[in-house]
Design a protein around this ligand. Sequence first.
Ligand SMILES: *Cc1c(COP(=O)(O)O)cnc(C)c1O
Length: 228
Amino acid sequence: MTIRENVLRVKEIISAAAIRSKRKPEDIILLAASKTQPVEKIIQAYQAGVRYFGENRVQEGIKKIEQLKDYTDIHWHLIGGLQTNKAKYAVRHFELIHSLDREALADEIDKRAKKIGKVQDVLIEVNVGEEESKYGVKPSDLERLFEYSLSKENINILGLMCIPPYFEDKEKSRPYFAMLRDLRDKIEEKFAVKLPHLSMGMSHDFDVAIEEGATIVRVGTAIFGERK
Ligand SMILES: *Cc1c(COP(=O)(O)O)cnc(C)c1O
């Protein structure tokens, strides 16, 4: 399968899942998770119509952003965990950071964004499975981090992100996606805000995530093939 064929198939699955959940296919953003992929493959995905790309590591991402700077309509997102000392570079180069998960990072993003006159769009990453190995704020600490980040002038919170535990059976991811949606709904009510985005769902379960309200799906393997 070529990257073009993969993109077309992923888009068909997105459309079908959107229609099943009574939403518009065009309201769901396909973000290609391009970590470890060379720019040649990113260009192939671009040529198949993908405009959103997510990188995990700041340095690797910046290198590609610079190599692809002529592709001015690409939206670059940071989807991997972010070290505080790299926030400065993340703010400078990425449109949306999916991985705000602690107060110290909110402080740093706010400070660095202020310095360059930017309001940084972010998602708060929630560790829905409460796994030691994963980034993300614990569900029970989410409201506090939300309130803290909301008070930052140079941070704009657009929603929540999660990476649930991995299950062969994608149906087992469903309760975690539903949990993220419920957490979002509670925050919207309690703080009288709108959080339009839920970033959830990867290659093996993005259709389930869409059924549970995902607005951004992060798809790597199903577009680019297995990573080396
Ligand atoms: C790699 C990655 C993805 C995509 O994973 P696939 O299973 O290859 O689709 C999505 N989100 C994050 C944060 C990732 O690191």
